[in-house]
Design a protein around this ligand. Structure first.
Ligand code: ADP
Length: 494
């Protein structure tokens, strides 16, 4: 029987999802299941690893069922995952010794401050490409080892396994303990220059080497699983944002994608070189493929589509997020109104945790449509600030921006993004780019596609938004935006 389907496991923060694709990378069907978020204390977030596994499995069965296929027709499984979320389990029994500590969890802020107080900030940035933050796995793993009785001794004896969600799912599928370069680069323990776990960092976070997974390319046959009734090779592991860049066929240096979800995540391929950021971005491994790794610059906007949820849920200006497009289109511009949704501070490139949101330029004539439009435009302006940092750090012009995520469906927002950036914004037909990336990597791993270049032909465009503003209009609007951003800082009030 010919094996011509790929299963992409997209294990996200709020749901587990499986997408079935065929050899033309067409989505045949999908299934997803939400699972509970666990909040043991304010600011702490956990997941039950067993529930992650159960929901992932259930969606795989259900997606295959909906697509009318069986495991014997599946050429490969590719896994893409919420990044940084940390699991520790017993190597012999496979039982987690604690709930997964989710990337959003802030419980290790003090541990990060201690690393900074010890003067390790620069070393960590040089070696891992990351800024010291509770977001990454290292201090989460340290916390579990410190708080679960006998965990550190057991870890040193090799009785425990640490993994991010890719490793956890791989272990459940195959019994193997491994991760890929893209996920390893988010742990704050992995040296992205030497491509090895870093002893200085392991010492700093008191992590025994015996607990760590082996690190492998993102696309290769890791092993086979028998979980679905017939043997299927597991042939890709890749963190979700890197997988989305791959799914957008961002294979060449300076290729860029931006994902418009609750927040926005922009990544720029920087090729075989680590691009060090001087403008508040993170350097990360994009993927390991064909015997080498490629790197990326990454910047995130905390409040992206969430500003539209705020208009809907807190201000009651909208019934649904989709309605924002029609309402904003009732006016030709915002009439000079700017919203800066710095609800929880500002991320890259401003990094101002004290900043708070602001609305500027209100007049007696400002109405609902102006505010909705200003909120949509704020998503594009914030993303443009991140992409400007990428231009500055890489010294390169960005030829075009590929887009995905829920809010990328908004044509007015995408047009504004093209206008602000002055480059074309390109939306693909398959909006499940994260899953597409994992499917591409898995298909390459088993030879369903010959090489990455074959995939450029498989990727299909939906719509291109060409920039329409001249330079003076762009300068004027960006000037208004920058003035509004300056108003968010508490210092500017004094
Ligand atoms: P996530 O993966 O972060 O949950 P999604 O990719 O599902 O996010 O996108 C959902 C976000 O996009 C929400 O914040 C929502 O407000 C916003 N959104 C969805 N559709 C639209 C739209 N048509 N216009 C503007 N924003 C939208």
């Amino acid at each position: 029987m010919s094996r011509r389907f790929v299963l992409a496991f997209d294990q996200g923060t709020t749901s587990s999802r499986t997408v079935v694709l065929d050899a033309d990378a067409t989505v045949c069907d999908s299934a997803s299941l939400e699972f509970p978020q666990i909040y043991p204390h304010p600011g702490w977030v956990e997941h039950d690893p067993e529930v992650i596994w159960e929901t992932q499995c259930a969606t795989a069965f259900s997606a295959m069922d909906k697509a009318g296929i069986t495991a014997s027709q599946v050429a490969a499984i590719g896994i893409t995952n919420q990044r940084e979320t940390t699991v520790v389990w017993d190597r012999a029994t496979g039982r987690p010794i604690h709930n997964a500590i989710v990337w959003q969890c802030r419980r290790t802020v003090d541990a990060c401050q201690r690393l900074l107080d010890e003067g390790l900030g620069e070393t960590i940035q040089d070696r891992t490409g990351l800024v010291v933050d509770a977001y990454f796995s290292g201090t989460k793993l340290q916390w579990i080892l410190d708080h679960v009785p006998r965990a550190r001794q057991r870890a040193a004896r090799g009785e425990l396994c640490f993994g991010t969600i890719d490793s956890w799912l791989l272990y459940k599928l195959t019994g193997l303990h491994a991760t890929d370069f893209s996920n390893a680069s988010r742990t704050m323990l992995f040296n992205i220059n030497s491509l090895a776990w870093d002893d200085t960092l392991l010492d700093a976070m008191a992590v025994p080497r015996e607990i760590l997974p082996s690190v492998a390319p993102s696309s290769q046959i890791y092993g086979v699983t028998r979980a679905f009734g017939a043997e299927i090779p597991v042939a890709a592991l890749c963190g979700d944002q890197q997988s989305a860049l791959f799914g957008q066929t961002g294979f060449s240096p300076h290729d860029c994608k931006n994902t418009y979800g609750t927040g926005c995540f922009a990544l720029m391929n920087t090729g075989a070189e680590v691009a060090k950021s001087r403008h508040g971005l993170i350097s990360t491994i994009a993927w390991g493929l064909d015997g080498r790794v490629e790197y990326a610059l990454e910047g995130s906007v905390f409040i992206g589509g969430a500003v539209i949820q705020w208009l809907r849920d807190e201000l009651g200006l909208l019934q649904s997020a989709a309605e924002s497009e029609g309402v904003a289109a009732q006016v030709p511009d915002t009439g000079g109104v700017y919203i800066v949704p710095a609800f929880s501070g500002l991320g890259a490139p401003h990094w101002d945790m004290q900043a708070r949101g602001t609305v500027t330029g209100l007049t007696r004539g400002s109405n609902r449509a102006h505010l909705v439009r200003a909120a949509l435009e704020s998503i594009a302006y914030q993303s443009a600030d991140v992409l400007d940092s990428m231009r500055a750090d890489s010294g390169a012009e960005i030829p075009q921006l590929r887009v995905d995520g829920g809010a990328a469906a908004n044509n007015l927002l995408m047009q504004h993004q093209a206008d602000v950036l002055g480059i074309p914004v390109v939306r693909g037909k398959v909006i499940e780019t994260t899953a597409l990336g994992a499917a591409f990597l898995a298909g390459l791993g088993v030879g369903l596609w010959g090489c990455a270049d074959d995939l450029r032909g498989v990727w299909r465009e939906d719509r291109v938004f060409e920039p329409r503003w001249d330079d003076s209009l762009r300068a004027e609007r960006l000037d208004g935006w920058r003035r509004a951003v300056a108003m968010t800082s508490p210092q500017s009030a004094g």
